[in-house]
Design a protein around this ligand. Sequence first.
Ligand code: NAD
Ligand code: TYD
Length: 350
Amino acid sequence: MLILVTGGCGFIGSNFVRHVLASHPGDQVVNLDLLTYAGNPANLADVEADYPGRYRFVQGDICDAALVGPLVAQADGVAHFAAESHVDRSIEDAQAFVRTNVLGTQCLLHAAKQAWGDGQERRFLYVSTDEVYGALRLEDGRRFREDWPLDPKSPYSASKAAGDQLARAYHHTFGLQVLVTRCSNNYGPYQFPEKLIPLMILNALAGRELPVYGDGLYVRDWLHVLDHCRASDLVLRQGRPGEVYNIGGNSELANLELVQRLIALVAAKSGQDQERLAGLIRHVKDRPGHDRRYAIDAGKLERELGFTPQMGLAQGLERTVDWYLSHQEWCRRVTSGEYRQYYQRMYAGR
Ligand code: NAD
Ligand code: TYD
């Protein structure tokens, strides 16, 4: 297969590109990424050498129909990860979210419809999120199933829900072989340190304050990114077209408890005093409209495709702390913004 991966220089996309190249020796990957602040080709620095002739990077915008058309036409499948992905940024300014997550998705879907036609084997994976379901109360024992009504609450999740519904509409209306996955919160290597887990690890390592929004009793279901990649790949290849598959980690945890666990790991591995690190926790102003709890029922994926996560939370968090500790230069470049100038020069004129 030749797979067009969008957003392959981001956190999940880069892990997905590696996963495909490593586990499907006959496959090729074309990675289309605009290189926004979240896109960092250093995440894939070694793949061109490790998999000669099987990986190609194209810097560009998923909203650019002239660019997207031929790339989709030559692909056997699309794995669409590209997005504006951070809730707090969407609260600051939602414009880029609507542009990329809604219009960009429509541009890709249109290209697939034009190039692939009806009844084709070629498949389109839309990587959605559990946030499209809205929020659960803490005392609500239920978990989101695929037939749960969509009720997105943030500009980010609203834009992802629009893309999700468009993707399904292209299946219903045009017969495009669309698969949708709705995944819970990911963590692991190469995650941009604006998200909770890497932010807390790097702040703790540097002795900076650890900002916990509100009371810190917000609950997320954490999934290691490699499990997400395995699940996405499985759905892309074996899922039933037109269907939605939840992906979850069976690892619900309140933010405050998660931060305490990260502090314990950072303290143990860096030799810092755990109590002193715990003293860096600050309860800061809450996120407006903050979703209280997400909880995923991923039973359909297990029943239909036999998928269960392999990485438990304790092991996954420890590995993640190890990864950030052993990739200090990556962290320095990302937090300083240096990587952007470097790659702007490197890819200028391509
Ligand atoms: P990310 O922000 O780390 O990466 C996004 C990538 O998309 C970047 O490389 C960026 O340069 C690229 N991009 C942005 N706009 C683009 C455009 N217009 N054209 C081309 N490329 C563009 O995001 P992530 O955390 O890796 O998330 C990937 C996908 O998974 C997103 O669709 C997100 O909604 C979804 N998702 C993420 C999580 C999570 O916990 N991170 C959970 C569920 C679903
Ligand atoms: P985040 O990583 O932004 O993912 P999402 O909002 O998509 O779930 O945040 C995870 C949780 O952590 C969420 O409840 C918000 C909270 N949070 C903090 O308490 N402090 C922070 O500095 C950040 C970035 C998030």
